[in-house]
Write a protein that binds this ligand. Structure first.
Ligand SMILES: *[C@@H]1O[C@H](CO)[C@@H](O)[C@H](O)[C@H]1NC(C)=O
Ligand SMILES: *[C@@H]1O[C@H](CO)[C@@H](O)[C@H](O)[C@H]1NC(C)=O
Ligand SMILES: *[C@@H]1O[C@H](CO)[C@@H](O)[C@H](O)[C@H]1NC(C)=O
Ligand SMILES: *[C@@H]1O[C@H](CO)[C@@H](O)[C@H](O)[C@H]1NC(C)=O
Ligand SMILES: *[C@@H]1O[C@H](CO)[C@@H](O)[C@H](O)[C@H]1NC(C)=O
Ligand SMILES: *[C@@H]1O[C@H](CO)[C@@H](O)[C@H](O)[C@H]1NC(C)=O
Ligand SMILES: *[C@@H]1O[C@H](CO)[C@@H](O)[C@H](O)[C@H]1NC(C)=O
Ligand SMILES: *[C@@H]1O[C@H](CO)[C@@H](O)[C@H](O)[C@H]1NC(C)=O
Length: 684
């Protein structure tokens, strides 16, 4: 198959030269591509997916019911919007995994809980709308107790496999969710030993239908699979990330199902939509990948955390209800609304291939062969660049061509036509519009296709461009803002608080709900911020300048932290938090002292001193106010310090946390504008 593809490629470039050379002389013949199943079929189609993980869905849950249901419909509801076929979620790790931390179901070996975070909820909402959606779990990190001396989770494979089997069982027992696919460790080394043990433990636990996917990184696991029959048996799917539409010879040789198990990661403007259209087709045409999964599914995290707005759509304002359905939603619909998991691709050159004048086409057919869907894309280079890998230059031109229908498709009389043509900066885009049907004449269907178009020809009649009334207008984060945590479920997370490191959860404290930092030790890290022994929970707006944050803290009992802090003007989060500026007011209750630092990593110390004993029975109120270049700190309403700080500290979120890791309780968060201070800027 691969030799043939390579040949196809050479043929394609020769042909291009030929067209360029001859086009000025005469009008060329209309190119005919055959679409038939006389030779059988290509690979089985496994679906288009999206990732809810790495804290990218954080803000979604807090949307007003109406808008939240609308958004979930745009993502999951069949024949409505993206109609996603695979939902891939993070197995929470207590580690920052890209734009924040998702909580583990086992913070410690003595702990187990299946109500944390938002992925259980997300999977349930997806299943409610589409019971056939496939579920896929992947850890990006692991909690600290699973770390070995090398900092990996593989040193004690049985312990790690037990932890993962518990997650799969928890999904079934507590949420009635069947996990179809399970991964290893996102974009990190895999352990062959672990994979085999994990497979046998899954089988022993009755999860023989849960398939292992590896390695969510490059294609290199294919080499090991070819050498090791037992490994080959254990791994069901080879998934690579950002494959640039190509797999490898070895990957194809394994005969394994191949997926782009994370792809896209591109700002969701119309070029993002173009990237998505190109790779959805060409991942199969060039690389035989039968599923493509977008990181991420929905951009529901604060601007400007890393990779902001790199989802199929954007919903990052639960307080206003504002959300935006972006072009990748409709690009997805071009395939997902007219196929099902279990359909087959047609053979290369018999319904699948590159178009002579640039672009590609893929034909898919239902198992009974009665339905046929052909998706065509002619995205130009500059309008379909993805974040990675680099895209070599290529040309696309307007072209006329026909599909010759034979075999099971010889009697098709007409096709429904769905069309998208992004207008880019001209703003005259059309997306997912149903056009007049195309008639089949003498077994042929003919088209004139311009550049930057996506067209679906299909016998399926059920496509719908779903719509809801315009969402509410965008607003800045509301002030004053308070959280007493009483409205949340025990073990839940506070909706607008975006944990960046550490894991914070709602717990009962003498009949009163409080938020507790849970992480005790450094997790198996995804990025360096987790090694700093510091937890951080961010909230609010990046644009805030003059602002006041107040919170009650209690450090008492065992396994506690030494220091708790509140911060303001924190201008970076997630893996970039170590470089964050900002003001940080620390209280060390056991030692009875305080400190004030500039910078998340304590770039400079601005104040500090003894304050005497701090209560371990009752909460202590800490408050930090910043106005112009003055920071004022209060303890139980009494002014503790007033310091001037460097003018490089300009704007940012407020936050709180612990240093080092360790238990600490927080309650009664209050964020207010400062009297006479500058008002928070409205994001543009
Ligand atoms: C680890 O699990 C495998 C598979 O269940 C089992 O055969 C093996 O004995 C276990 N090893 C240890 C050290 O428990
Ligand atoms: C899992 O086990 C069941 C019952 O023994 C069997 O019907 C099914 O085919 C197995 N699935 C796989 C993927 O082996
Ligand atoms: C893949 O399938 C082909 C054709 O059925 C077979 O000849 C080959 O041995 C298979 N390769 C592996 C690694 O199973
Ligand atoms: C938008 O307008 C430009 C200039 O008139 C035209 O070339 C382009 O085809 C239009 N795009 C769409 C999607 O209608
Ligand atoms: C395909 O169908 C056309 C007419 O419908 C016919 O002329 C042609 O011979 C067929 N080709 C094959 C390979 O069956
Ligand atoms: C504190 O840590 C010890 C292990 O170091 C553990 O046994 C104990 O349950 C922990 N207690 C709490 C409240 O976390
Ligand atoms: C601080 O002041 C607020 C508002 O006046 C009051 O509600 C609170 O009880 C005071 N706290 C302490 C510890 O004095
Ligand atoms: C974190 O800080 C605690 C308390 O100071 C210390 O015991 C622990 O070794 C530190 N961990 C790391 C990874 O630095």
């Amino acid at each position: 198959m691969f030799l043939k593809l390579a040949y196809c490629y050479i043929g394609f470039s020769l042909l291009l030269l030929h067209i360029v050379a001859s086009s000025t002389l005469e009008q060329r013949d209309v190119r005919i591509y055959s679409v038939d199943d006389n030779l059988g079929y290509g690979r089985r189609f496994d679906g288009i997916g999206g990732i809810s993980g790495t804290a990218t869905s954080k803000l979604l849950r807090n949307y007003p019911d109406q808008q939240r249901n609308e958004i979930l419909d745009f993502l999951f509801k069949p024949n409505f919007g993206a109609s996603i076929q695979i939902l891939k979620v993070e197995v929470g790790a207590d580690a920052d995994t890209t734009v924040g931390t998702e909580s583990s179901h086992m913070h410690y070996p003595w702990d187990e809980n299946y109500n944390r975070g938002y992925e259980w909820w997300m999977m349930s909402e997806a299943k409610k709308r589409n019971p056939n959606i496939k579920l896929y779990g992947l850890p990006w990190g692991y909690p600290g107790w699973l770390r070995d001396a090398q900092g990996t989770p593989w040193g004690f494979p049985n312990r790690t496999a037990t932890y993962m089997v518990k997650w799969i069982r928890g999904a079934k027992l507590h949420h009635n969710l069947d996990i179809d696919y399970i991964g290893l460790w996102n974009e990190r080394p895999y352990s062959i030993d672990y994979i085999k043990i994990f497979r046998s433990m899954l089988d022993a636990a009755g999860f023989n239908n849960t398939m292992i996917l590896g390695s969510d990184n490059h294609w290199d696991i294919a080499e090991d699979i070819l050498k090791d029959p037992e490994l080959a048996k254990a791994v069901s799917v080879i998934g690579a990330h950002f494959p640039g539409t190509f797999s490898t010879d070895s990957a194809v040789k394994t005969n394994k199902t191949l997926w782009a198990s994370a792809d896209y990661s591109t700002f969701n403007d119309e070029v993002g939509g173009g990237c998505w259209a190109r790779i959805l087709n060409q991942n199969y045409v060039n690389g035989l990948m039968t599923a493509t999964i977008s990181w991420n599914l929905i951009a529901s995290y604060y601007f400007p955390l890393p990779f902001y707005e790199q989802g199929l759509m954007t919903a990052m304002e639960p307080w206003s209800g504002h959300y935006e359905v972006k072009s990748p939603i409709w690009v997805t619909a071009h395939t997902s609304q007219f196929t099902d998991i279990g359909w087959d691709y047609l053979h290369h050159d018999h319904g699948v291939g590159l178009l002579d004048n640039g672009g590609s086409y893929v034909a898919l057919t239902s198992p009974d062969r009665k339905q046929l869907t052909i998706v065509i894309e002619t995205m130009t280079h500059d309008h379909s660049i993805c974040i990675r890998p680099g895209l070599p230059s290529y040309q696309v031109g307007a072209q006329s061509f026909s599909f010759q229908l034979n075999g099971s498709y010889a009697n098709i009389k007409q096709f429904n036509v769905w069309h998208s043509k992004p207008g880019f900066y001209l703003k005259n885009s059309t997306f997912f519009v149903k056009e007049a049907p195309l008639q089949v004449v003498n077994g042929m269907v003919s088209l004139d296709v311009g550049v930057d178009e996506v067209i679906t020809l299909t016998t399926v009649d059920t496509g719908v461009k779903g719509s809801y009334p315009e969402s509410p207008i965008s607003k800045s984060f509301p002030l004053p803002y308070t959280e007493d945590f009483e409205g949340y479920d025990i073990n839940g997370d506070a909706y607008n608080l975006a944990q960046q490191t550490g894991a914070f959860e709602v717990l009962d404290h003498d009949g009163n709900k409080v938020l507790q930092q849970m992480v005790l030790s450094q997790p198996v890290i995804n990025c360096g911020v987790d090694s700093l022994n510091t937890s951080l929970n961010l909230v609010g707006s990046y644009y805030w300048t003059d602002i006041s944050i107040s919170i009650d803290v209690l450090v008492s009992g065992v396994n506690t932290t030494d220091g708790v802090y509140v911060g303001a003007r924190i201008n970076l989060g997630a893996c970039k938090a170590p470089e964050a500026l900002g003001l940080y007011f620390y209280l060390y209750p056991k030692e009875g002292r305080f400190s004030v630092f500039e910078g998340f990593l304590h770039k400079s110390k601005l104040a500090g001193g003894k304050i005497g004993p701090v209560s371990q029975d009752t909460f202590t109120n800490m408050k930090l106010t910043v106005k112009n270049d003055l920071a004022t700190g209060y303890l139980n309403n009494k002014t503790l310090f007033v310091v001037r700080f460097p003018d490089e500290v300009v704007n940012g979120f407020v936050g709180f946390g612990t240093r080092p890791y360790g238990l600490a309780k927080f309650d009664n968060l209050k964020i207010e504008a400062v009297p006479g201070g500058r008002l928070p800027g409205q994001p543009s």
